[in-house]
Structures are given as structure tokens and as C-alpha cells.
Ligand binder design. Structure first.
Ligand SMILES: C=C1C[C@]23C[C@@]1(O)CC[C@H]2[C@@]12CC[C@H](O)[C@@](C)(C(=O)O1)[C@H]2[C@@H]3C(=O)O
Ligand SMILES: O=C(O)CCC(=O)C(=O)O
Ligand SMILES: [Fe+2]
Length: 329
């Protein structure tokens, strides 16, 4: 791995701050809405995704990243496929290698892998079963959020990510140990694994092994470390959901720091809508037109502009309306 990005200081721990949502609690819809408003980030427990399924996919993922580089680069590609150090095509770099795949209902996740793996069938099955189960949990979460917001019908948000034509992605990330990170030789500074950004989709669902590294940005601009928990899922609000809730929910800025001793493996499901889906503040959440903070766009328009931007860019800015509230911020 050839790249070191700019060093960053070690922040305070976010142990007690991160909201925990118990999916078995019928009242959790209120806590969910509050978490989306206050942080745009929360941890989900009692989620119903089988630990066995997650463990199989983690093993398959570790096996994939353990392959010789020459084999992994056979499935290199953009925007989907294997990548190493370079993130996107606009100059971002990180201490990470990854595999990006289509996670749509009818995609089958298949074409990238077959010849590469000792047991390609096992990897593909694990990907398909994992995606199906995580999509179901995502819909449950989105339906609780819709209930908590008092929106009807309950599937107003969940249908956006469960239609046949949705544009969802599954990302497997591997952050190898980075000997320089947090070392005296590096001034005690950490090395960036994945630079700060917001996710453009509706909602993202992250599961990692027990290696730390993920941080979220608070409203006051400080960074807090998210204690890893391999038994839970972490959700973050994406830009599209921020727009649909007219800025009530925050699309959280986050990043990953490399660990000096342990490797981190994460799998993230980015729940996106169909390319033609119009993204605009939901009319039931605004009282009059003047309150509308964003211009309408389609997911396809937003996706194109995202892929032409740098990781840390504020991609929503160009769609902000010139309202009093926006001009004051
Ligand atoms: C630098 C980039 C990588 C990214 C596309 C972009 O041009 C800006 C957004 C990035 C991001 C962040 C969230 C997801 O990891 C991702 C797949 C996405 O949809 O937007 C990545 C893109 C990527 O890695 O290709
Ligand atoms: O790998 C992680 O833990 C988070 C990565 C991330 O934020 C992303 O891939 O968008
Ligand atoms: Fe992200």
C-alpha cells in the first residue's frame, strides 16, 4: 500500500454518545427519529440478521483480500470492482483496498467473482443472502422512521430501496494495519484509511469486525470514535434522506483512521433509490413552499454530480434553495 494521506489528531471517544436502537422495542421509532436528527447516526441491536450469515461473509471477504494482488486486480474496475488506495477518480486516496458491487434485487452480485475464488459459489451465496437480509432490516428501520415521523403510508421510504430498479451498492473494505499510524515517527498522528465524506444515498448500513477506526463528525465540528461492535449494525443517514426530510435529518460526515496493529474489515450496504427517483423534501414535512430548503433532483443527476466530486466536497450545496434559513447558515 503506497499512500499516506494527511495526518490527523486523535479525538475523544464517543462511547456513551452513540444512540443504540433496539429493534425489538415497539417504542424505538421515537429514539430513531431523534438519533437521525441529532447525529444522523445510530447503532442497531436485536436486528434479526443471522450472526452465522455475517460470519460466513466476513470469512469470504478476508479470503478475497488475502489473494495475491495480481488476482484481485483481475476484477479491478470503476465505479464497481476492486480498488486499492485510490478512492473514486478525482484524486482521493486512503489506506484501504475495497470491492464495490451492485446490490440490487435482481443483480445476482455475480459477474465479478467466479474465476477468482476457491469457492466462488460460497462467496456469491453469502453476498446474496447477506444483502437480502440487510435490505430487509433496512426496510424495517425505514418503516419505523416513517412511523416516528408520522408519515403515511409506512412504506413511503422503504419502497424507495426495495423496488426492482433500486440503485444500491455493497462495499467490502479492508484496512491493513498501518505501521506508521499513531507512531512517534509520524508525530503521534493517525493515517487516513477513508477520508471524511457524507454518503450520497438514502441510508447506509455498516458492519465491521472488532477493529476501531470509524469516526463521526458532531455538529460542533469535533470527531468522535465509534467503538466497534461486530454483533451490531451502524446506520448513517445519507444526503438523499437529508433532502427528503428537508434538513431535519443530518447526513453525517464520517471517516476511517488506519489502525497501527490490527486490520479492519467492513461491509457497507448503501441503500439507494432507482435512477429516475425524484429526490425532494416530502410535502408532508413542510407547511409552506418557503420552507423548502432544496431544489428537486433525480437520483441519477445527484449520482453523476457525486462521481464528479472529491470525497470531502459538500455535494448538496448546489441544490440548496436561496431561502432565508440557508442564507443565514
Ligand atoms: C471520491 C469519490 C468516491 C465516491 C464517489 C466520489 O466521487 C464521491 C463520493 C464517494 C462515495 C462515498 C460513499 C460510498 O462509499 C461511495 C460508493 C458512494 O456512493 O459515494 C463512494 C464513491 C466511490 O468510492 O466510488
Ligand atoms: O469502512 C468503513 O468503516 C466506512 C467506509 C465508508 O464510510 C464508505 O465506504 O463510505
Ligand atoms: Fe461512507
Amino acid at each position: 500500500m503506497a499512500v499516506l494521506s494527511k495526518p490527523v489528531a486523535v479525538p475523544k471517544s464517543g462511547f456513551s454518545l452513540i444512540p443504540v436502537i433496539d429493534m425489538s422495542d415497539p417504542e424505538s421509532k421515537h429514539a430513531l427519529v431523534k438519533a437521525c436528527e441529532d447525529f444522523g447516526f445510530f447503532k442497531v441491536i436485536n436486528h434479526g440478521v443471522s450472526a452465522e450469515l455475517v460470519s460466513v461473509l466476513e470469512h469470504e471477504t478476508v479470503d478475497f483480500f488475502s489473494l495475491p494482488k495480481s488476482e484481485k486486480t483481475q476484477v479491478a474496475g470503476y465505479p464497481l470492482g476492486y480498488g486499492n488506495s485510490k478512492i473514486g477518480r478525482n484524486g482521493d486516496v486512503g489506506w484501504v483496498e475495497y470491492l464495490l458491487m451492485n446490490a440490487n434485487l435482481d443483480s445476482g452480485s455475480g459477474p465479478l467473482f467466479p474465476s477468482l475464488l476457491k469457492s466462488p459459489g460460497t462467496f456469491r451465496n453469502a453476498l446474496e443472502e447477506y444483502t437480502t437480509s440487510v435490505r430487509k432490516m433496512t426496510c424495517d428501520v425505514l418503516e419505523k422512521i416513517t412511523d416516528g415521523l408520522g408519515i403515511k403510508p409506512r412504506n413511503t421510504l422503504s419502497k424507495l430501496v426495495s423496488d426492482q430498479n433500486t440503485d444500491s451498492i455493497l462495499r467490502l473494505n479492508h484496512y491493513p494495519p498501518c505501521p506508521l499510524s499513531n507512531k512517534k515517527t509520524n508525530g503521534g498522528k493517525n493515517v487516513i484509511g477513508f477520508g471524511e465524506h457524507t454518503d450520497p444515498q438514502i441510508i447506509s448500513v455498516l458492519r465491521s469486525n472488532n477493529t476501531s477506526g470509524l469516526q463521526i463528525n458532531l455538529n460542533d465540528g469535533s470527531w468522535i470514535s465509534v467503538p466497534p461492535d461486530h454483533t451490531s449494525f451502524f446506520f448513517n443517514v445519507g444526503d438523499s434522506l437529508q433532502v427528503m426530510t428537508n434538513g431535519r435529518f443530518k447526513s453525517v460526515r464520517h471517516r476511517v483512521l488506519a489502525n497501527c496493529k490490527k486490520s479492519r474489515v467492513s461491509m457497507i450496504y448503501f441503500a439507494g433509490p432507482s435512477l429516475t427517483q425524484r429526490i425532494a423534501p416530502l410535502t408532508c414535512l413542510i407547511d409552506n413552499e418557503d420552507e423548502r430548503l432544496y431544489e428537486e433532483f433525480t437520483w441519477s443527476e445527484y449520482k453523476n454530480s457525486t462521481y464528479n466530486s472529491r470525497l470531502s466536497d459538500n455535494r448538496l450545496q448546489q441544490f440548496e434553495r436561496k431561502t432565508k434559513k440557508n442564507l443565514l447558515n
